[in-house]
Design a protein around this ligand. Structure first.
Ligand code: ADP
Ligand code: MG
Length: 558
């Protein structure tokens, strides 16, 4: 038997990396700005722990510049920089991550430093859009600057440079197919998408700002040219809940969704560091009966770098109706979704979020029931959907899920049971919960039930049919019936005598006529009425018939 090492020649994987590393070419900018950010945060960390003597950290910036004339794109940082030796080590060795090495070296102190990189591949994404890439870098250490050039083949040149300021400039010679990345609008769009909340200021060109100088009659409008900073380096989710007011949460919401004019109903600030790291803010928007679940609204970040707004598999499905951000360095980013769904961390994150949301709803309910009731119709679809799909959530939500009545009262399930347990049982002793789905269309039936002193719920959400089934199977000895599903007196056992406002003769005639036109197996005819205001007769369709029809219309139960 022989064993050995498979020899992977760099020439062979290089084109593969360029082609397949990322399906989306545009992310090269995210990767390079992430590196520039890492370089800046590393320097910050070293100055903090006193390992960068003589360095004035100041207020470093990252600058992005485009020059359509020469077809170049520049990314310039004032970070840690690289010596020639470090370029050899970090850049020339594909898949060797300097970020990972740094975190390893400063394990104890740097774990919260916000360093982004860790695969050691991001830099090479530059070759997806550039024919040639240059690095000009000056380390914070007292060593000469260097200049690295590579045209995408495994050959490179490395020489001395006369750069004097600390930091790194990456120059991309944009290729013919990627000219879009020389357009101001396109770069702006990408910066806003990926870098809007990154922790180091990012400058892209300049903009005009008007400023008033002088006072009274001397007041003058002055036009100033200022740096166009595209990001907010300290977004709300990175702060402590105690340091934020309601208005801060609302204004962050507007920052996240500039086109959204409606205020959110409430927010949930997520903050956990064990057993995984996760921060974020989730917002409940007004949803009403809209089950047109618009996904892709929660944005996922890793250390303040935008990753995706498709959070499927990370957040339980029912919560994808919410808005907001989640930031976790523990979510593996550059891997496929199927891998993501199997990842242990991701599963924990999902159940943590579910629990947090349930707890927040519970405390809103406990602290201000009236307010919670007022919001109920706008949030119920999320809660009902969650109760249907996640058993853990069902257990918690069962304490605060509300069941409104046609008269505008709101009961929890327990309160409802308490309220009706004596009066509303069927002949087998099962508790009968009456509900209506449409107050106008079913008003005759609603009135009949109310005349008998019964409670009628108003359940009109689009998934209530499924929720009812879930409740019937998870609770003992209850059944739901829509008010028009059978004659009320067949549904509920009642001792009082039934009165009809018709004479016996009239009843006979009516019955024969109705029997002829109404198929008995599908409908029930009732000729009794409790008092003179009620209708002389009612026709009902049994609950099971109707449910069957609904199920086949919506494609089965859930
Ligand atoms: P990763 O960021 O995952 O470590 P990259 O391929 O993106 O991998 O970068 C490789 C390494 O090159 C980085 O870890 C870092 O050491 C070095 N590097 C890249 N860009 C810069 C920069 N702008 N300033 C300083 N070092 C950099
Ligand atoms: Mg990187």
């Amino acid at each position: 038997m022989t064993t050995g090492n498979i020899n992977v020649a760099v020439e062979n994987i290089f084109p593969l990396i360029k082609k397949f590393l990322y399906s989306d070419h545009e992310i090269f900018l995210r990767e390079l700005i992430s590196n520039a950010t890492d370089a800046t945060l590393k320097l910050k960390h070293l100055t903090n722990i006193g390992e960068a003597p003589g360095v004035e950290y100041g207020n470093p910036q990252i600058e992005v510049k485009i020059d359509p004339e020469t077809q170049k794109l520049h990314i310039i940082d004032q970070g840690i920089g690289m010596t020639a030796e470090e370029v050899q080590k970090y850049i020339n060795e594909v898949a060797f991550s300097g970020a990972e090495e740094f975190l390893e070296k400063y394990k104890d102190s740097a774990k919260d430093s916000g360093i982004i990189g860790h695969f050691g591949l991001g830099f090479y994404s530059a070759f997806m859009v550039a024919d040639k890439v240059e690095i000009i870098s000056k380390s914070f250490k007292d060593e000469p600057a260097c200049h690295w050039t590579c045209d995408g083949s495994p050959k490179y040149t490395l020489e001395a440079s006369d750069k004097t300021e600390r930091g790194t400039e990456i120059i991309l010679h944009i290729n013919e197919d990627s000219k879009e990345f020389l357009e101001e609008g396109r770069i702006s769009e990408l910066l806003t998408k990926y870098n809007k909340f990154m922790p180091v200021s990012i400058k892209f060109g300049t903009r005009e700002e008007s400023k008033t100088t002088g006072e009274g009659e001397d007041a003058k409008e002055e036009k100033l040219t200022v740096d166009n900073i595209i990001n907010n380096p300290n977004p709300a989710w990175t702060k402590l809940p105690a340091d934020l007011k309601e208005e801060d949460y609302n204004s962050f919401y507007r920052e996240l969704y500039p086109m959204q004019f409606e205020e959110p109903l409430f927010h949930i600030h997520l903050n956990v560091d064990y057993p995984f790291n996760l921060t974020g803010i989730l917002y409940f928007p007004k949803l009403g009966n809209d089950l047109n679940i618009q996904k892709d609204r929660i944005q996922l970040y890793q250390n303040q770098v935008f990753v995706t707004d498709n959070v499927e598999g990370i957040v339980p499905e029912f919560l994808t109706m919410l808005k907001g951000v989640i930031d976790s360095p523990d979510i593996p980013l550059n891997v496929s979704r199927s891998y993501l769904q199997a990842d242990g961390n991701v599963k924990k994150i999902s159940s943590y979020i579910t629990r947090k949301v349930a707890d927040k709803l519970k405390s809103l309910f406990n602290e201000n029931r009236e307010d919670f009731q007022n919001k109920w119709n706008d949030i119920k679809v999320v809660i009902e959907y969650g109760m249907l799909s996640e058993d853990k959530f069902f257990e918690k939500a069962d304490k605060f899920a509300l069941y409104p009545t046609v008269d505008g009262s709101y009961y929890t399930f327990e309160e409802l049971q308490e309220k009706i347990k004596d009066a509303q049982t069927d002949k087998d002793g099962k508790m009968v919960i009456l509900y209506a789905s449409d107050k106008d269309a079913q008003h005759t039936y609603i009135n009949q039930a109310k005349e008998r002193g019964y409670e009628v719920l108003l359940l009109d959400s689009p998934i209530v049919g499924h929720l009812i089934q879930k409740l019937e199977t998870s609770k003992e000895n209850i059944s739901f019936s829509r008010v028009d599903s059978d004659s009320i007196d067949n549904l509920i056992k009642k001792d009082e005598e039934k009165i009809s406002k018709l004479s016996e003769q009239e009843q006979e005639t009516l019955k024969t006529t109705l029997d002829e036109v109404i198929p008995k197996e599908k409908f029930t005819v009732q000729l009794e009425a409790l008092d003179s205001n009620a209708s002389p007769f009612t026709i009902t369709q049994p609950e099971f018939m109707r449910r069957m029809k609904e199920m086949s219309a919506t494609g089965g139960g859930g």
